[in-house]
Design a protein around this ligand. Sequence first.
Ligand SMILES: [Mn+2]
Length: 383
Amino acid sequence: MKILHLGDLHIGKKVNGYSMIENQRDVFEQIYRVIEEKKVETVLIAGDIYDRSVPSEEATETLDEFLSHLINTLQVRVIAISGNHDSPARLEFSRGILAKQGLHIVGEYNKLVNKVSVDNFDFYLMPFVTPATIRKKFGEVIEERELTVSTYDDTMKFITGEAVAQLDRDRVNIALYHGFVIGSGEKEEDIEREESVKPLAVGGKESVAEKYFLDFDYTALGHLHGNRRVKSERVRYSGSPIKYSFSERNQKKSLTVIDIDRDRFEVENIEIVDKYPMVEIKGTFDEVMEADIDSDAYLKVTLTETVLDAMNKLRTKYSQVMELGIEIATSDAVRKDHRSANIDKVPTDELFKDLAASVGVELDEEEVEKVREIVNEIIKGEG
Ligand SMILES: [Mn+2]
């Protein structure tokens, strides 16, 4: 079976205020072409379908167009789970009806094992879930098994254990999971998590051991935004199809196509073309304006000087400045020691001069005189 593994679509996501819908639609067109060229029969979506639990109207329409095209026009089946960004209950709307049309979505754990069977394939759907939710829903089973479920690792040990106990090894078994899976010997703090990946637990351990998935013939993961395998060739993240933060600007986004059967396993990564590149540039205002950059690129600009109304001026050439920062080499003035203990002893006009110098503005004698006048008036007023 030819399978396209997708994840982390984040439909409706805004990056620094810019809607990504146009890029998302463009990527969907690329996906349609790959499905046709590679004769894909099944599309897996490993969670974070939407970017928020209550998606915008535009996001809902975009997903509807996407799924309709996949199922009605291209006639592939779609098997999807929810991620930590999705609302499990909303994603499941009309689930029973849609399954008959070839769209299998699981958002919630109404059962511990959620299986979809097609020909000689069994797909085990494991949406993102917190330890607390599983404890609450399946407390009795957990007790029966004499398990503790307090971390994500415990949770998936339990859930995959229930699935593996039912595996029919004569069939091809495929797992879908949305979460943070690491290989043996790997530490979660060493694994790159893109800026657009939201932490699952504050301060706690987030990772799940890969070993729980090794009984499956393939595991389609979602959550991390880079395209990579964990340790095994058969446990993989497709990554997000779009760069969702500047930390991803050097990543190559791609589509993961798997050709799998009992005796066959091949992976092909097909590169995605960015509709707009993400570019980081640093320099003076003139240098930035004269740089040879696509005017529709997503830009992160760092100016090395202060420019009045810089954002609007940059936008006369570049339509999508996402981030603007100023970095000025510190002058001697900034290094002057103005501590609160002795700040009363430094004349006010000196302090103003140093403050201006710290953002790259040299006050001339006339301006300093103005500052003195104003300060004196304030002092008089107070007297
Ligand atoms: Mn995600």
